[in-house]
Design a protein around this ligand. Structure first.
Ligand code: FES
Ligand SMILES: [Fe+2]
Length: 382
């Protein structure tokens, strides 16, 4: 089947009602031409999320990331603003920073060209005989960056709609939690053997929770309490759900005075297209941010942050470390459950017998995602 036909099929499901929707064609998840088109039409156009602003709280703190395969780093400057720059040296293209950390200046590990926190070249040894070289004219290209409710978003697209506009209706739902005050406690990097879209789709639907996650987040999860927004949005989708009974995580701490009524036991599960997804609960949040690595692998950034009341309760003793270790272990367990599923689906999608199946009403967000993919990947571009 050609890419054009694949996209026509996708458009047919996306434009129809959820009641008639089916899952994506298997080839959609491993077709190289579709992947190349996604890079241009999605990853070079839309906002992606390197993490939480609170993960780099002090001047000089940085995290690295890639956008459409392009290495960047986000760094907090001396004035406290977060900026993002190309992570490629202007001398001979060495990658400047790795992982995350704190630095007073960015020094290239190859020949020590040195950049200030605002990307200007401030040091370059033995260049006095290079004609026309003026370090004052050299600067790392800046990458557009916006902070929204505590999240860092970056894009290569100068014309992308501002995040605050694109996510305005989501702000109305999530702002009550004050997630910009949540305290990051974990960030990990993983590579999973699946297509990025299968992981996005898996994260946003609650249908699998009572089954694939019965040992973890599937407990205390009343499926019938799942609520979806009335309309679909261009840049995101979400659902809300509740944690009942004596759930280990997911309820407001007694010192939380901001959330009222059912919101004290309600979590929001937003997916900001294409690859930023999180569970925002009254006491914690955990997120995934994905980057495709070819068709059959995906880089997964996984992070956890806890509500300030929970953080205050923990103090600084060993007890805190033990509590955070236990929480991390819990969500790592959840990730392992998901990993088995999405790697299994990817393997299944390569079968000659694989075929799209009908969606449940609980998979409404997969249908929203199909609409998004169809809008971005309209057959014209292939
Ligand atoms: S490549 Fe960076 S200093 Fe040479
Ligand atoms: Fe899951």
């Amino acid at each position: 089947m050609s890419s054009k036909t694949l996209l026509r099929q996708l458009a047919k499901t996306a434009d129809g009602p959820l009641e008639k929707a089916v899952s994506g064609d298997p080839k959609l998840y491993w077709d190289e031409e579709i992947a190349a088109h996604e890079e241009d039409a999605i990853f070079r156009q839309d906002w992606v999320c390197p993490g939480l602003a609170a993960e780099i709280p002090n001047p000089g703190d940085y995290i690295t990331f890639t956008v459409a395969g392009d290495p960047i780093f986000c760094i907090r400057d001396k004035e406290g603003a977060i900026k993002s720059f190309s992570n490629v040296c202007r001398h001979r293209m060495m990658q400047l920073l790795e992982g995350s950390g704190c630095t007073s200046r960015v020094v290239c590990p190859y020949h020590a060209w040195t950049y200030s926190l605002d990307g200007r070249l401030i040091g370059a040894g033995h260049m006095e005989r290079s004609e026309g070289f003026n370090k004052k004219e050299v600067c790392l290209p800046e990458v557009r960056t916006e902070i929204w409710n505590g999240w860092i978003y970056v894009t290569l697209n100068p014309d992308a709609q501002p995040v605050a506009e694109a996510l305005a209706p989501l702000h109305d739902v999530v702002s009550r939690y004050g997630m910009e005050n949540y305290v990051p406690v974990v960030r990990e990097e993983h590579v999973w053997n699946t297509n990025w879209k299968l992981l996005t789709e898996n994260f946003m639907e609650g249908y699998h929770l009572p089954v694939a996650h019965r040992a973890t987040v599937g407990a205390w999860f009343p499926v019938e309490k799942t609520v979806f927004p009335e309309q679909t949005y261009d840049a995101f989708t979400y659902q809300t759900f509740q944690k009942i009974g004596n759930a280990t995580y997911g309820h407001a701490h007694p010192d939380n005075t901001a959330l009222e009524g059912d919101w004290r036991i309600t979590s929001v599960l937003p997916t900001v297209f294409p690859t930023h997804m999180y569970v925002l609960a009254p006491d914690h949040l955990w997120y995934l941010s994905l980057r495709p690595r070819g068709v059959g692998q995906v880089d997964v950034r996984f992070g956890v942050a806890i509500a300030p009341e929970v953080d205050a309760m923990l103090g600084y003793a060993d007890e805190r470390t033990a509590w955070i270790d236990e929480l991390t272990e819990f969500f790592e367990h959840v990730n392992t459950e998901d990993r088995q599923v999405v790697e299994g689906i990817y393997a299944g999608s390569r079968s000659a017998h694989a075929a799209p199946g009908p969606l449940s009403w609980l998979e409404r967000e997969i249908h929203d995602f199909q609409k998004y993919l169809s809008r971005r990947l309209s057959a014209k571009g292939v």
